[in-house]
Design a protein around this ligand. Structure first.
Ligand SMILES: [Zn+2]
Ligand SMILES: [Zn+2]
Length: 314
């Protein structure tokens, strides 16, 4: 099962600014020594040694993931601005994908704003968009996000066939992938998804403010969280902010580490990066999360940052 990150930023798209770009170039130039410039190889080696927050970025698009397993359709979670990049990939494929299964965690703008730009796939009549959520009024919600004067055309302009599937049963199956869902704490609610294939599983829980309830070893929690291979979890805040912003609906990276340790997760991915934070700060949070995990004495799992374009094979 391949999980790909198309958008990892929380709350609002966050492009790299001109001043950030300039300071990165200045930081890179300041590190160059004459031998680094001698040949194409030495230049490559120099660039490869730069810290990721100088020669890279976690990305500025809002939430969108794809999950692809053998003998199964392409699954998409959320339609933040990252879905535009996914649409471009789909358009380049020689073997055209015709069915798009989009699961929504919730409908805050950063998780929906890319849908009108799911082009040309969403505007192709022979394609079908399947929308999934436990919400009763799913069609109304999807239609409501795309109306003039907020957007020049309404949802009917997206010529693909549309199906609205309300998740009622605890599990669903598409191809060989089993999908479970669970309500999480967030203003207005959000849904975590667990997708399992061939004995491997990934959980996606963004826009989640973990509470003591989530740590309780209830049969429901155990079934959903325990021993997952991959947990992609909201880690927008530092611990201080999580206290300050109690009830805002997000989790701190340190609580994310506690949670992964509690449920014996194999890989934790920090997700929904704060738009106020630059790459250096976000990589700093990864370092702090790793330090904290070691301090807990938990070496059985690894911690990664969600980075736009990253693929994980689980
Ligand atoms: Zn969000
Ligand atoms: Zn939200």
């Amino acid at each position: 099962m391949i999980v790909k990150f198309w958008g990892v930023r929380g709350s609002i798209p966050t492009p790299l600014t001109q001043s950030q770009l300039k300071s990165r170039i200045a930081a890179a130039v300041a590190r160059i020594r004459p031998p680094d410039l001698e040949s194409a190889d030495s230049r490559e080696a120099f660039l490869a040694k730069l810290p990721p927050y100088i020669f890279g970025t976690v990305g500025g698009n809002t939430t969108c993931l794809s999950v692809h397993a053998p003998n199964s359709p392409l699954l998409i979670i959320d339609a933040g601005s990252g879905i535009r990049e996914l649409a471009a990939m789909v358009n380049q494929q020689t073997k055209k994908i015709r069915a798009f299964h989009i699961f929504f965690t919730h409908f805050h703008w950063d998780h929906l704003q890319g849908l009108p730009f799911f082009s040309p796939a969403g505007y192709t009549k022979s394609n079908t968009l399947y929308f999934y959520s436990p919400k009763r009024n799913l069609e109304e919600i999807i239609r409501g996000q795309m109306v003039p004067p907020y957007f020049p055309v309404d949802l009917d302009a997206m010529a693909a066939q549309k199906r609205y599937i309300r998740l009622q049963e605890p599990t669903a199956r598409l191809g060989e992938v089993e999908i479970r869902w669970k309500n999480m704490r967030h203003p207005g609610g959000s849904v975590a998804y667990k997708m399992s294939h061939n004995g491997r599983s990934m959980i996606f829980s963004t826009d989640t403010e973990l509470s003591p309830e989530d740590f309780k070893r209830t049969p429901e929690n155990k079934r959903f969280f325990e021993n997952a291979d991959l947990l992609i979890l909201d880690s927008q805040y530092t611990l201080g902010e999580a206290i300050e912003k109690y009830d805002w609906g997000h989790t701190s990276y340190s609580m994310a580490v506690d949670f992964a340790a509690e449920w014996n997760i194999r890989t934790l991915v920090l997700f929904h990066h704060e738009p106020l934070y630059n790459d250096r700060k976000i990589y700093g949070m990864l370092n702090s999360a790793e330090w904290y995990r070691e301090r807990l004495g938990k070496k059985q799992f690894r911690v990664l940052l969600a980075i736009e374009g990253m693929e994980l094979d689980i």
